[in-house]
Write a protein that binds this ligand. Structure first.
Ligand code: ADP
Ligand code: MG
Length: 362
């Protein structure tokens, strides 16, 4: 087990990078605590696999250092790092049995027969592979093969960390849900550092204690699922997390009000003060969940036009136009009868201000 430090790490796949855009990873400077369950979340191409491969040693970063428990291992090859890595697609020995595949990482490390057997049976039980232990891996379905890959990642208890790179991509949706729960259980029992890469917010938010959101080769926020939802530090996090994403509207300040094309939204003192001190183009952000929609005028509400209402099963999403800007809100349960006009209320505690895409905060 180890604490992992990424000390000013950057990586370019180009021999002589010149511009910032030549870097797949721009600048990563972080400490990942021993025993944490981390999810690395971001869209395709943002650098997740690159970062994982730098931690496992498959890649040496162009700049910076990687430390395990304070020891510099930047140039150490993967086999000397004591890391288990599970890839997107199954990596196993087709001609071996499931048992031998699971046992392989242990035999390699010189575990004796009895300990190997005990541990393989344990892992097989967790992953529902017990009945297939004597089968040749080649004869199994894609799902089962990927479960073996997961098992190979989980079988050793003495690793510094286990890295998972979108490991449930080839797994069918129902089993996916089940396996995610199992991984969480295994993490809680093993206390190993888990780093789980995904582009799926649901997967990240259900698996991890801490979610690391990446965007264009950089980490934009590290936080608990609640922190990411309630205080997105960058507009990208607001968009990417939540369904639908956060609303953002350009505004200017007038006293304690955010003015949206002449319509004033009341702010609390602290938020207004942050806005006054800021530089750059200001935007008001609010999650659809917290934007209130009323059929009639209520205290501190502003008029808007209803564009459409979408039924999402157990809730509805309404799209409204406020002074030329499109906003989305989640309608409360029950039937709210709305005509083409509605009244919006912005609860002060849920209003966030952004300047140049970044959350204003103290
Ligand atoms: P992710 O895993 O988040 O989808 P990657 O780390 O695979 O992202 O890729 C980050 C960026 O680096 C992308 O622009 C990708 O095209 C580029 N890239 C990844 N691997 C290589 C490679 N072996 N050679 C050149 N460019 C690469
Ligand atoms: Mg990837």
């Amino acid at each position: 087990m180890a604490k992992i430090t990424l000390d000013n790490v950057a990586h370019s796949y180009i021999a002589k990078p010149k511009h910032e855009s030549d870097y797949a990873l721009r600048l990563i400077d972080n400490i990942w605590e021993d025993g944490g369950a981390y999810a690395l979340l971001g869209p395709s191409g943002c650098g997740k696999t690159t970062l994982l491969n730098i931690i496992s040693g498959l890649l040496t970063p162009s700049k910076g250092r990687v430390l395990f428990d304070g020891k510099d291992i930047t140039t150490l090859p993967p086999e000397k790092r004591n890391i288990a890595q599970v890839f997107q697609f199954p990596v196993l020995y087709d001609t071996m049995t499931v048992f031998d595949n699971l046992a392989f990482p242990l035999k390699n490390r010189g575990f004796n027969r009895e300990d190997t057997r005990t541990r393989v049976l344990e892992v097989a039980k967790i992953l529902d592979l017990t009945d297939s232990l004597n089968k040749k891996a080649a004869r199994l379905s894609a799902d089962a093969k990927q479960k073996i890959s997961l098992g190979r990642g989980l079988v050793r208890k003495d690793v510094a960390a286990i890295l998972f790179d979108e490991p449930l991509t080839v797994i069918d949706p129902h089993l996916k849900w089940q396996l995610r729960g199992k991984l969480k259980e295994v993490h809680e029992q093993s206390k190993l550092t888990f780093i789980y890469v995904t582009h799926d917010q649901v997967e990240a938010l259900t698996f991890a204690d801490k979610v690391i959101v990446m965007y264009e080769g950089a980490i934009v926020q590290i936080g608990t699922p609640q922190e990411l939802f309630e205080h997105p530090s960058h507009k990208f996090v607001g968009y990417f997390i939540g369904s639908p994403g956060m609303n953002f509207v350009p505004c200017i300040l007038d006293g304690n009000k955010a003015m949206i094309n002449g319509i004033g939204i009341e702010l609390d003192d602290k938020t207004a003060a942050l806005g006054k001190e800021s530089h750059g183009s200001l935007e008001l952000g609010i999650r659809p969940l917290y934007l209130e929609v009323h059929p009639q005028e209520v205290d501190a509400s502003v008029p808007a036009q209803v564009k459409s209402i979408e039924d999402q099963g157990n809730y509805k999403i309404i799209t409204v136009r406020l002074s030329g800007h499109i906003l989305r809100a989640r309608l409360p349960e029950g039937n709210v009868s709305l005509s083409e006009n509605a009244w919006l209320r912005f609860p002060k505690s849920w209003i966030r201000l952004y300047a140049n895409d970044k959350l204003l905060t103290r």
